[in-house]
Ligand binder design. Structure first.
Ligand SMILES: Cc1cc2nc3c(=O)[nH]c(=O)nc-3n(C[C@H](O)[C@H](O)[C@H](O)COP(=O)(O)OP(=O)(O)OC[C@H]3O[C@@H](n4cnc5c(N)ncnc54)[C@H](O)[C@@H]3O)c2cc1C
Ligand code: SF4
Length: 478
C-alpha cells in the first residue's frame, strides 16, 4: 500500500511557518518531492498485474521489458530496474517524458483495458532513469576497444544520437554533423521545455561527447561541407536529418506579417529558455505575449504551440482544426492538457485566407462538416457554404506538419533514392540505402514520426553497421 507523502507536503506548508526561508523550504521541498516521487513510482509499479500477456511491451517500439522493470521498482530494486530499462532504450528518461504513451504502452495496458486506469509506465520509466542519474549509476561511455573504422552521422536528433551511442560503445570513431549550434534535434529546439527539460537532453549530449563522440555543430551539410566529402571521410554515413519543410497555407493575405511557422515559433521560445538573445522574441515577431493567437492544425506540434503561447502570456489562444475532436491526429492527453490550460478549440474550421493590410488581424474561417471516409478511412471535411466568418488574430501560427527537404537536389546526389513523399528510401530493419555504406534513420525515412521510433532506427542501424564491419574484420583476419 502506498504511503501518503503528499499529506506530508501539506504538513510542511501549514505546520512549519518558521521554515519560510527560501533555501530551507527548497531543501525540504526537494526531499519531500523525492520521497513522494519514489512512493508514487512504487505504487504505480506495484499495480502491474504481471499479466503474462504484456501488450504494453509489444506496443512499445523498443519492446522494453516493462513488466520486469515495474516488478523491480515495486520491490525497491531500482538499480536493477535501471539496468533492465536501459538495456533496450538509449534515452529512457526522455521517452518516459514525451512518448505518447496513451497510443503506445499505456494504451495497451490490460488494467487500462479492464477499466481501472493504466499503470503510468512512462512516469515510472522516467523516475527510474532520473534516479540513476542522481545516484551516478549512468555509466560513462567507455568502449572496451578502439576500432579503426569511422562513421559520419548527419543530424544530432534522437536517431543520430542513438546510433552514435551504440557505435561508440562498440569502439567506432563517430563524428556527428549538425547545422544547429546545440545537439539534440527536435529534442532541443522543437519540443518545449515544459514537456522535456533541456538539461535532460544536454546531459545526454555531454555523455556522448565525454565518451569520445565528435560533434561538428553549426555545420550545414550541403553548404558548409558536401555530402560527398563526408562520404569520403568515413567508412559509413548515416543520414538522420529529420523533416523540416513546413507545410504552408495559400489564400489571400497568406504572406502578411504576423503569420509564422510553428518550427520558428517553438525554436525561438526554446532558445530564449536556454538564455540566448532572440531578436524575434524581443521584436514581438515570435512572441505571443498580450496577443490574440490563432494556431492552425490539430497535431502535437499545434498543441505545443498553443501551450507555449499560454505560457508566454497571450491574451487569448485558439486552435483551429478542420475535423472534430474525435478525429484529431494529436494525442488526446495533449489536447486535454491544452484545454485545461485555457486554450479554446474551434473544431470543424479551416482557414480560407487572412484579413489585415500589411499585418494580419484575422483569419477568414470556413466552417466544415465531416463527410464520407477517404482512402485512409477518416471522414473527409466538407465546406458548409455561407457559414464563413473572421476569427480575430494578431499572431497566426501555422502547424500543419512537416515534409522532407529535397536531399538529392540539395546535396547534389541524384542517385540517393527517395520515395514519392521525398523520404529517403532505406531498409526498415537496417536503415541501409541503395548507396553503398550509406544508411538513413528516423523521420527522414519514416516521415514526421516519434522520438521512440527514431531511437529504435538509430539502434538498429548501428547494429547493422557493427555487424557489417565485424564481419569484414573477421574476413581480414583469416
Ligand atoms: C514541435 C514538435 C513536437 C514534437 N513532440 C514530440 C513528442 O512529444 N513526442 C515524440 O515522441 N515525438 C515528438 N515529435 C517528433 C519527434 O521530435 C521526431 O520524430 C524526432 O525528433 C525525429 O528524430 P530524428 O533524429 O529523425 O530527427 P530530428 O530530431 O529532427 O533531428 C534532425 C537533426 O538533423 C539536423 N539536420 C537536418 N538537416 C541537416 C543538414 N543538411 N546538415 C546538418 N544537420 C542537419 C537538424 O538540425 C536536427 O538537429 C515532435 C516534433 C515536433 C516538430
Ligand atoms: S519507450 Fe515509450 S512506448 Fe516504450 S515503454 Fe517507454 S514510454 Fe512506453
Amino acid at each position: 500500500m502506498a504511503k501518503q507523502p503528499m499529506l506530508k507536503f501539506v504538513t510542511v506548508e501549514r505546520d512549519m511557518p518558521e521554515k519560510r526561508d527560501a533555501t530551507v523550504r527548497k531543501d525540504d521541498f526537494n526531499e519531500i518531492y523525492a520521497e513522494f516521487a519514489k512512493a508514487k513510482a512504487e505504487e504505480q509499479a506495484s499495480r502491474c498485474s504481471q499479466c503474462g500477456v504484456p501488450y504494453c511491451q509489444s506496443h512499445c517500439p523498443l519492446h522494453n521489458n516493462i513488466p520486469d522493470w515495474l516488478n523491480l521498482t515495486a520491490t525497491g530494486r531500482l538499480k536493477e530496474a535501471y539496468a533492465v530499462s536501459q538495456a533496450t532504450n538509449t534515452f529512457p528518461e526522455i521517452c518516459g517524458r514525451i512518448c505518447p504513451q496513451d497510443r503506445l504502452c499505456e494504451g495497451n495496458c490490460v488494467i487500462e483495458q479492464s477499466g481501472h486506469g493504466t499503470v503510468t509506465i512512462g512516469s515510472v520509466e522516467k523516475y527510474i532513469t532520473d534516479t540513476a542519474w542522481e545516484n551516478g549509476w549512468v555509466e560513462a561511455l567507455a568502449p572496451s576497444e578502439e576500432r579503426g573504422e569511422s562513421v559520419g552521422i548527419i543530424g544530432a536528433g534522437p536517431g543520430g544520437l542513438a546510433a552514435a551511442d551504440r557505435l561508440r560503445r562498440a569502439g567506432f570513431q563517430v563524428t556527428i554533423y549538425d547545422r544547429y549550434d546545440r545537439a539534440g534535434g527536435l529534442l532541443t529546439y522543437g519540443i518545449p521545455g515544459f514537456k522535456l527539460e533541456k538539461d535532460v537532453v544536454m546531459r545526454r549530449n555531454q555523455l556522448l561527447e565525454d565518451g569520445g563522440v565528435t560533434f561538428k555543430l553549426n555545420c550545414n551539410v550541403g553548404d558548409d561541407i558536401s555530402f560527398q566529402e563526408i562520404r569520403d571521410a568515413h567508412d559509413a554515413v548515416i543520414i538522420a536529418t529529420g523533416v523540416y519543410k513546413s507545410r504552408d497555407l495559400q489564400g489571400p493575405g497568406a504572406g502578411a506579417e504576423g503569420i509564422v511557422k510553428a518550427i520558428d515559433y517553438l525554436t525561438a521560445s526554446n532558445r530564449l529558455n536556454f538564455g540566448d538573445t532572440v531578436p524575434e522574441i524581443e521584436s514581438g515577431e515570435l512572441n505571443a505575449e498580450g496577443k490574440k493567437v490563432v494556431v492552425i492544425g490539430g497535431g502535437d506540434t499545434a498543441m505545443d504551440c498553443v501551450r507555449t503561447a499560454i505560457r508566454q502570456g497571450a491574451e487569448s489562444v485558439k486552435c483551429l482544426y478542420r475535423r472534430d475532436k474525435a478525429n484529431m491526429p494529436g494525442s488526446q492527453r495533449e489536447t486535454q492538457n491544452a484545454e485545461e490550460e485555457g486554450v479554446e478549440f474551434v473544431w470543424l474550421s479551416a482557414p480560407k485566407g487572412f484579413t489585415g493590410s500589411d499585418k494580419v488581424d484575422g483569419v477568414m474561417v470556413q466552417k466544415m462538416r465531416l463527410g464520407q471516409p477517404d482512402a485512409s478511412g477518416r471522414q473527409s471535411p466538407e465546406v458548409i457554404e455561407g457559414a464563413d466568418y473572421v476569427e480575430e488574430a494578431d499572431l497566426v501560427i501555422k502547424a500543419l506538419g512537416f515534409e522532407p527537404e529535397d536531399l538529392p537536389t540539395l546535396w547534389g546526389q541524384p542517385e540517393l533514392e527517395v520515395t514519392r513523399w521525398g523520404t529517403v528510401k532505406a531498409q526498415f530493419t537496417t536503415g541501409a540505402t541503395d548507396l553503398d555504406g550509406v544508411y538513413a534513420v528516423g523521420d527522414i525515412v519514416r516521415g514526421a514520426s516519434l522520438v521512440v521510433w527514431a531511437i529504435k532506427d538509430g539502434r538498429d542501424c548501428a547494429d547493422a553497421i557493427i555487424e557489417r564491419f565485424g564481419d569484414q574484420r573477421a574476413v581480414a583476419a583469416e
